[in-house]
Design a binder for this molecule. Structure first.
Ligand code: SF4
Ligand code: SF4
Length: 289
């Protein structure tokens, strides 16, 4: 097994559902200065990208969106999985590595995990909030390990995952797709042939609608409470359910963006969250004890 295979295999053992490798040169072709892997780790050559199902498939089959939100499991372990990969590369191969990046400035991440995932061949951008779709995982969640180790990159996919053939047909008939139809406030775009012609995602609207349980949301609550002159209302702001949910999200690490409603009828995601019945293996007398 070569180094690339060993690293990817290790990532899977640590909880990822897929792993890929991007070259820093490919990422830097698109990322602006200040938002590149070698702005974070001097001499960075490769980025190992870990992808996982964003939630259990069962979570998509709950009528309560909160159940879905609280069953997003890979986002809770993705950083520790990437940290384990970093540790492996440092201890086994002797190359500097890291797994956590500095915090975003406003809306701008210091490094786009989506871009890294695309360059690692783990999916392509979609009309749904420019999220990266993967044919097997639907809308995956990502974490990364940046390393100075020169690794053979997987490179981007040659065929786009979005639009799905059924969305192309729908576009031809009705000039819409399931995602555009559900969230016209945030999303717009057009399909030409079997490709996205153009798309626009208004993340300012999406953020305020979809990130209601997070550190930013808690800071907004604090400001609102500080400016509230009525002591009774102020008390309600501090002790109300919104504050409680914010604190629960922050302390459990469950601060993920986007409601994902635009993907509820996405055929790529519907396929990914549909389980196929698995034939039970025959049990032996020993197994049953
Ligand atoms: S995540 Fe929610 S708010 Fe954001 S684009 Fe999708 S449906 Fe709209
Ligand atoms: S529904 Fe899914 S596959 Fe279809 S256009 Fe939207 S994101 Fe792409």
């Amino acid at each position: 097994m070569n180094a690339e295979e060993e690293i990817k295999q290790f990532a899977l053992q640590k909880g990822a559902d897929a792993a890929g490798i991007a070259s820093v040169a490919d990422i830097n072709h698109y990322a602006p200065p200040g938002h590149r892997p070698d702005d974070i780790l001097i001499g960075a050559k490769s980025v190992v990208v870990l992808a996982g199902y964003s939630a259990f498939q069962g979570a998509w089959h709950s009528p309560d969106h909160r159940t879905h939100y609280y069953n997003r499991d890979f986002p809770r372990i993705r950083l520790s999985a990437a940290a384990a990969v970093s540790r492996l590369i440092e201890s086994r191969y002797g190359y500097y590595s890291l797994a956590e990046t500095p915090p975003s400035l406003g809306f701008n991440p210091c490094l786009s995990h989506k871009l890294c995932a695309e360059m690692a061949g783990l999916g392509t951008r979609s009309l749904a909030a420019a999220m990266v779709l993967n044919p097997k995982l639907g809308m995956p969640s990502f974490s990364i390990c940046i390393t100075t180790m020169p690794l053979k990159a997987d490179g981007p996919m040659t065929e786009p995952v979005c639009p799905h053939p059924s969305c192309v047909k729908l576009w031809e008939k009705h000039r819409t797709t399931p995602c555009l139809d559900i969230c016209p406030e945030c999303l717009s775009g057009e399909i030409e042939g079997e490709r996205i012609k153009w798309m626009r995602y208004d993340r300012r609207i999406c953020t305020t609608r979809a990130q209601t349980e997070s550190a930013s949301s808690w800071l907004r609550t604090l400001l609102e409470a500080a400016n509230e002159p009525d002591p009774g209302v102020r008390k309600n702001i501090f002790l109300g359910s919104s504050s409680r949910l914010n604190m629960a999200a922050i302390t459990s690490g469950a601060v993920f963006g986007q409601c994902g409603w635009c993907l509820i009828n996405c055929p790529v995601c519907m396929q990914a969250r549909t389980l196929k019945a698995i034939e039970p293996t025959s049990t032996t007398a020993e197994d049953s004890h």
